[in-house]
Structure formats: C-alpha cells, structure tokens
Design a protein around this ligand. Structure first.
Ligand code: SF4
Length: 613
C-alpha cells in the first residue's frame, strides 16, 4: 500500500464575518499518496482554496480559524503545531503555487535570490551551494540559460516563465506535498500544457504528492489520479478520475459536466445549474444542493446526505444512493436533462457582410534615450483581414499578446489604427472624426472580460445601463430610457428591483449580465466580446453562452468573439480566425478548422487543449 503523504480528516475551517460564522470548509476528508495527484473541483466559493490554505496552515487570521478536524503530514498532526514549527513545514515539506505568479514573486529581488532564500531558510546550505541548487532548479523547470536567468527580475519574464520560477521555488526543497491552486488559469493553452507536464514529470521523479485545485474539468481529467467534487464546503463526490468521468453520480457533478461547452453541444443550449452557491453563512438545512438540484426529492432539504461508498472507491453524498433514505436506491448514474429543453439554435446568419477589415495595422513606437527617439515599432497587429457576416459569430483565437484585443479595439476605433481599412455596413469608418463616428458608436459595442473592473462601482445598475443611452440616443427622453433599461434587464435575466443596486452586490455572472445589458441597451448590430466568459465558472459560463447565443438568434446581432478558450469557440462560433504574432494564420468554418487545421501553429494550439474523451 502506498504511504499517504497527507491525510485530511473532518476538516472544518470557519471565518468570523459581520453576517455570522462562514463555514467555508465544513467536514472535508481526503488523503493523497506519494506521487499521486488529487484534484478538488467545484464552482467558486465551494471551499477549494480555503481547503488548500488550511492544509498549508495559511488560513487568514484573525477572521479565519480551524474549528475542528486534523491535517496529518506523514501521520503527524500539523494543525496544533506552534507557528515556528508550521513555518518550518511551509515551503519545505508543503509548498504552494498560486494562480498569479507576479503577485507571489517579490519584484525587488532577482529570481535567484528568491530561490536561495527558500533553500537557506529550510536547509543548512551555504550561499554557494544554494545557488548551485537554484540554477539546477531553473534548468529543471525548463527556463532558458538558467545561469543568466538567475539574475533576472520577475517583471522581465513572461507569465509562463514566472510560473516556472514559482515551481522552481516550490520544489527547491523537494517538498512532500505540492499544492497547485489554479496554477495555469492565467496562462495560454500551450504554456498550460508545458507547465502541467513539467509538474507531472517532477512529481514522478521526486514522488511528490500534488493537490491540484482547479475549475477546469478537462485539466483534472488529464492530470489527476483521483478527484473530489466540492460543493458548499463539503466533498459531495470522490472517486478515481476515470471512474468519476465515466460514471458521475452526484447531480452536481453531472450538471457541471453537462455545462462544459464543446463541438458535441453545438446548436443546442448548454445545460445550466439554476441559482448560485449559497453563501457560507447561510447554507440550507439538509442537502446543501437542494434548491438547485434538478432531481430533488421530498425530504432532501430536511436531512443531510452522508458521504457513502456506493461502489469501490466511489463515494457520493446524495439521498438518491442512500439505502437508509430510499427504499430502493438508484442503481445507475442519473442523467439530468436540466432546465434547458433540447431545442436547437437556428441562428439567422445571412450572407450579407456587416464588417470588413482589410490590412489593419496597429504599431506602437519603441522609444529610447534621453530624447525618447523612436528606434522601432512593436507590430501588435500587422495586416489583419477579416470579414463578419450579418448575424454571425466570428471567433478570434490565439495566445496572449498575439494582438486579438488590439484588433477588437481598433475595429471599434477605441485605439487608432496605423493603417488599413475598416468598412462597417458599406461605409469606410477608418478615418471618420469622432463626431462623424457617433452614429456608429451605438451600432458597435464591447463586452469586457472582467465585468467588475469595467463597471463603475459608484454607479447603480440602472445608471450604468442608462449611461450609453444618454450619450448615444439623445432623442430618447427619460421615460423612454427607463423603459429601455428595464426591458434589456429582463432580456438578460436581471429583475427590475435590481435597478438601484451597486455592482459589488452582484455575483460574477450577474455582473457579466449587467455588462451585456449595457451593450444591448443602445440596440447594437455588432458586439466585440473580449474574453467575456473567461473569468466565469463553467456553470455560469454556460448561462452566459446560452444568453449570447439567444441574442444572436433573436436579434441577429453579429459578434467578434475574442477568446483563448477553444472549447467555447467550438460551441459558439460560426467561423474562426487564428491569430499569431499580429497576423491571421488561418481562417475558416469552425468544423473545418477544428477537424483539419492546415497551419502548423493552429495544429499546435489545438493539440494543447486538454480534452475529456
Ligand atoms: Fe439532489 Fe436530494 Fe441528492 Fe441533494 S440529496 S443532490 S437535493 S437528490
């Protein structure tokens, strides 16, 4: 039997909040063996990250505290150690890598310094020995020229390189357990693939146990041996990965899996989960998924289902499988049709061209010296041609920095292009003055990735949606504007009583609906969606994708969908343009590009996408 490196038993981590005690983690148990990857999945707010912080003993004090349970590291309880002993374990026996490496690295120290600091804190090594280990680790994580990389500062590295440095720091002391909390969420798919295969190789070599926290089910499928599905502070299903994906039992797991977009779901609405995860201060009585569960039964909201081993190594907490609760428990996996009826989208794509972009160029000057002379140009967008038909969705895909967002903003004339032509509804708008452009501003809108930072926190929802109407539809009076605001709010699934609320009072998905309502209010014909669903949980993402698709179908609006998530493209787009280093390298219908890509870069990009068989 392999040794468990870490055993978590009935862990309970609570927070004192003005609204009462928040039971973020509430009775979680699992173990991870040497050389094994165990993954925790679930929507935001389910307690995954707090579980990770509890394991490494970094629960934010004074609000947070471990209210009960044990965390055993190689059989020794670490919850009740002194702070000094805990510090000896952190970074040495248990290491952690976070989602955003830039905020975890100290910008004023070289990366070499940051690695040897960790080594010398935990091991009796001279500076020279620590430096040798540091350079060796930089080499092992695949950074080029590790000797010179040692003297670099974090800001001079790319996102992928910074994440490699974080892994080098985390593994420098050969820890027993590596916690990776959304380690690749901020990275492109090709870099993500490299980072995950690096973690896999190092894990195999060092026999490290890995706790992988992610909301990406395909990543889990490809990288973890076992999975725990968390919901509202509890593990509701746990099984070896292949078993869980072949035979998901808990309605929540089934729903999560059904909401993943992809080619097989094209043309029909995605399954969604109604409602949101309840706040940790107000978990419902009985089953915490009651109220959102599509197969809820009489009594589910009264008695809490225990986590039972339904079949070998497959644990589930649901009354459907509880012999004590039902006379005859369900003997096969449930499938939930969900709220979305199996109707099909039939978007009204017309052959008529709405937008034509020819030879678009956006260059940024590189200035040097005392007089800031221009010594060259960064060619962010370098001769892009694209065409969008009326009522269609064109996806623009590619890695960060390839020029996708610059292209989108240049089309809307939010940044001035250096050259090329933008023809909208037959009119060349490339060099129109701001005044001449005004009628087109209402026709062309944008929805951003981060709905929170793109909504003014001091304005109420009604004011935010009305703002564009005031500027772009001066002919409307106050009453007409109010009616319009209410009708678009209803269109995107927000109720009228939310008019006087502020953005911070909404969930991420609701905030994105506000962003969509703001764009729709001025009756646009074309919307640029810049990574509009990238920051959302898969369940919320499904709701927003359904909404965008229904807007396309009902209103005939055309979209330029900028994204790096290819499963979203497969699901939503009619055509796709692949962008690389400022140029379009391949274009065509989605089915054709995904089934037989011709360009080398497109093939690399598609191969890097983790998939569930
Ligand atoms: Fe649904 Fe009831 Fe099972 Fe909870 S216990 S997941 S409400 S069927």
């Amino acid at each position: 039997m392999p040794e468990p490196v870490i055993e978590v038993r009935d862990l309970r981590t609570y927070f004192r909040t003005p609204g009462g005690i928040a039971r973020a983690v509430d009775g979680v148990s699992f173990s991870i063996n040497e050389g094994e990857t165990f993954s925790l999945v679930g929507e935001s707010g389910c307690g995954k990250s707090v579980t990770a912080l509890s394991v490494i003993q970094l629960v934010p004090v004074p609000a947070g505290f471990i209210a009960g349970g044990e965390v055993l590291l190689r059989g020794r309880d670490i919850v009740h150690l002194s702070e000094l002993e805990k510090r000896r374990i952190r970074g040495n026996k248990i290491s952690m890598i976070f989602q955003e490496p830039m905020t975890s690295l100290n910008p004023v120290f070289t990366i070499g310094n940051q690695i040897i600091e960790t080594i010398r804190l935990h091991q009796k090594k001279s500076t020279r020995e620590a430096k040798t280990i540091a350079i060796e680790m930089l080499r092992r994580v695949g950074l080029p020229e590790p000797e010179s990389m040692y003297y670099e500062y974090p800001h001079r590295l790319s996102g992928g390189q910074r994440q490699r440095v974080m892994i080098a720091i985390a593994l420098a002391c050969r820890p027993d357990l590596l916690i990776a909390d959304e380690p690749t969420t901020a990275l492109d798919v090709t870099i993500q693939k490299q980072i995950l295969s690096l973690i896999r190789d190092l894990k195999r070599e060092m026999r490290t146990a890995v706790l992988l926290i992610t909301h990406n089910l395909a990543l889990v499928y490809r990288n973890a041996e076992r999975v725990g599905v968390m919901y509202a502070g509890k593990i509701v299903e746990m099984a070896p990965t292949r078993i869980l994906f072949r035979n998901p039992m808990h309605p929540y797991t089934v729903k999560l899996m059904h909401s993943i977009p992809g080619m097989d779901k094209r043309g029909k609405p995605l399954d969604t989960i109604k409602g949101t995860v309840p706040p940790a201060t107000m978990f419902p009585e009985g089953c915490r998924f009651s109220g959102r569960c599509p197969v809820e039964m009489e009594g589910c909201s009264r008695a809490e289902p225990p986590l039972i081993e339904y079949e070998r190594d497959h644990l589930v907490a649901c009354h459907l499988y509880d012999r004590g609760f039902m006379d005859r428990p369900v003997s096969r996996p449930i499938t939930t049709g969900g709220e979305s009826a199996p109707m099909r989208w039939t978007p009204s794509v017309k052959e008529e061209i709405l937008l034509e972009v020819k030879g678009l160029r956006c260059y940024y000057p590189i200035r040097k010296g005392l007089f800031k002379r221009i010594v060259g140009y960064v060619k962010a967008v370098d001769g892009v041609d694209l065409t969008i038909k009326k009522g269609s969705i064109l996806a623009l895909v590619g890695e960060s920095g390839c020029g996708k967002t610059t292209t989108g903003k240049a089309i809307l004339r939010l940044i001035e292009p250096k050259g090329g032509r933008i023809v909208f509804k037959g009119r060349d708008i490339t060099s129109l003055s701001e005044g001449e452009l005004k009628p087109y501003r209402a026709c062309m809108q944008i929805i951003f990735q981060d709905p929170y930072s793109s909504l003014n926190p001091r304005m109420m929802v009604g004011e935010i949606i009305e703002e564009g109407l005031k500027t772009l539809r001066p002919e409307m009076d106050r009453k007409e504007r109010q009616e319009k605001v209410l009708s678009v709010m209803e269109r995107v699934g927000l109720s009228g009583d939310m008019l006087k609320r502020y953005p911070h009072e909404f969930s991420g998905g609701q905030r994105q609906r506000i962003g969509i309502a703001r764009a729709l209010a001025v009756d646009p014909e074309f919307i640029v969606c810049d990574e509009a669903v990238s920051a959302l949980d898969v369940s919320v993402q499904a709701q927003i994708l359904n909404l965008l698709k229904s807007i396309q179908k009902d209103s005939g609006i055309s979209f330029l969908f900028i994204t790096h998530d290819l499963s979203v493209v497969e699901y939503i787009a009619d055509e796709v343009c692949v962008m690389y280093k400022g140029k379009i390298v391949e274009r065509g219908g989605v089915e054709k590009i995904f089934s037989s890509p011709e360009d080398e870069y497109t093939r690399t990009l598609l191969e890097a996408v983790p998939r569930i068989d």
